[in-house]
Design a protein around this ligand. Structure first.
Ligand SMILES: *Cc1c(COP(=O)(O)O)cnc(C)c1O
Length: 372
């Protein structure tokens, strides 16, 4: 018998407080409180307090957060930005969109994060920024990256779009490097009802540059001193995010418990998982299982009503959008293998243990059917 286990449940994210949120939104609609209102600064302040970072600027999307971070750092044509070959398209598109050159490093086989041991060999006199991605919600070990950045005089931009509240030794990612970038896309751990993003920093001068760059390069009204975007977090989204922020810690803790439950139930199967380290708080934006029979397992799960999905089937260096970079198949072999072998099982904080059991049973049935 098949039943559906979906990846998202937005009703559960609001719970019984939905009418109160709706009343606030209704009032904002009739008052015309839409752009850079008190709701936006209140959320920016709350997000900064949660992360332990001095400045937060709400922007349109996580992609804009990355673009604005690079613009504020003065990165442009001729500059190189180092990131990983296994990430979401936006990380690398942002580098290209400011006219800079992306330099890729392969993934680490166990953590699925950037292989820090290979970072130094790609640094050149043109390198300006190291851009690690806390992929799937696992915090990238930042010590070696910060040390390299200090040694070579580089900025560190954290792509924390999948890692709201992920911590290393109690410190939130995004607040560790020079600038941190977040997305509040509806799929993320902290989700707006539409697009949204934030860029965060402890640096006063950078915060000023970020502010100018998100608001049409303005310094005072109608005085435009630099090239800027028009990229501001919507006030209604800020209100919704502020409401949900109160639940983020509990949701992330629940995601960790569910991940542990999956791992226990799948422990004896020929699958592996993203490594978890002591002293870190992974927030399991995605829960990945790794198997060389990925495509068949995906079909079996989907046929059984399990909303499993592949993130991401094509690594960056093989995306048509980046054909002009001259990257080749075989150049980043671990990223290629992860693209072929990773599968996301449904992960959302309100999943019950019955749902975890159902998904795990379907995975077990797949591997036992042919005696492996
Ligand atoms: C979602 C995401 C982004 C982009 O965020 P948007 O809000 O969708 O623009 C950037 N990097 C990573 C790793 C992401 O997962």
């Amino acid at each position: 018998m098949s039943r559906a286990v979906s990846r998202y449940n937005y009703a559960a994210q609001f719970g019984p407080a939905l009418p109160a949120v709706m009343a606030d939104v209704e009032q904002m609609l009739v008052d015309g409180r839409y752009i850079l209102t008190a709701e936006v600064s209140a959320f920016e302040q709350a997000w900064g307090a949660y992360l332990g970072v001095k400045h937060v600027r709400g922007v349109n999307t996580g992609t804009d957060a990355l673009i604005l971070a690079l613009l504020a750092l003065g990165v442009g044509p001729g500059d190189e930005v180092v990131t990983q070959a296994n990430t979401f398209y936006a990380t690398v598109a942002a580098i290209r969109l400011v006219g800079a050159t992306p330099v890729l490093v392969d993934a680490d086989e166990e953590t699925f994060l950037i292989d820090a041991a290979r970072l130094e060999e790609v640094i050149t006199p043109r390198t300006r920024v190291l851009m690690p991605v806390h992929l799937f919600g696992k915090p990238t070990p930042m010590g070696p990256i910060l040390a390299l950045a200090a040694k070579h005089g580089l900025a560190v931009v954290e792509d924390a779009a999948q890692a709201h509240g992920a911590k290393i030794a109690g410190k939130c990612v995004g607040a560790i490097g020079t600038v941190g970038c977040f997305s509040f896309h509806p799929s993320k751990n902290l989700a707006a009802a539409g697009d949204g993003g934030a860029v965060v920093t402890n640096d006063d001068r950078l915060a000023e540059a970020l502010q100018q760059r998100r608001e049409l390069g303005q310094c005072g009204q109608n005085h435009h001193v630099v090239l800027g975007l028009n990229s501001k977090l919507d006030a209604i989204q800020a209100r919704i995010l502020h409401y949900k922020l109160a639940s983020l810690e509990a949701w992330n803790a629940q995601r960790r418990r569910l991940a542990e439950a999956y791992r226990e139930r799948l422990a004896d199967l020929p699958v592996s998982f993203q490594q978890v380290h002591a002293g870190e708080e992974h927030v399991f934006h995605l829960f990945q299982v790794r198997t060389d029979r990925r495509d068949d397992l995906l079909c079996a799960l989907q046929a059984a009503g399990v909303d499993a999905i592949v993130r991401y089937p094509t690594p960056i260096h093989l995306q048509p959008a980046f054909a002009d970079q001259g990257w080749r198949r075989g150049q980043f072999p671990i990223a290629e293998r992860l693209a072929d072998e990773l599968l996301c099982l449904p992960m959302r904080p309100d999943l019950g243990s019955d749902a975890i059991d159902y998904v795990a049973d379907r995975v077990r049935a797949f591997f036992h059917r042919d005696g492996r």
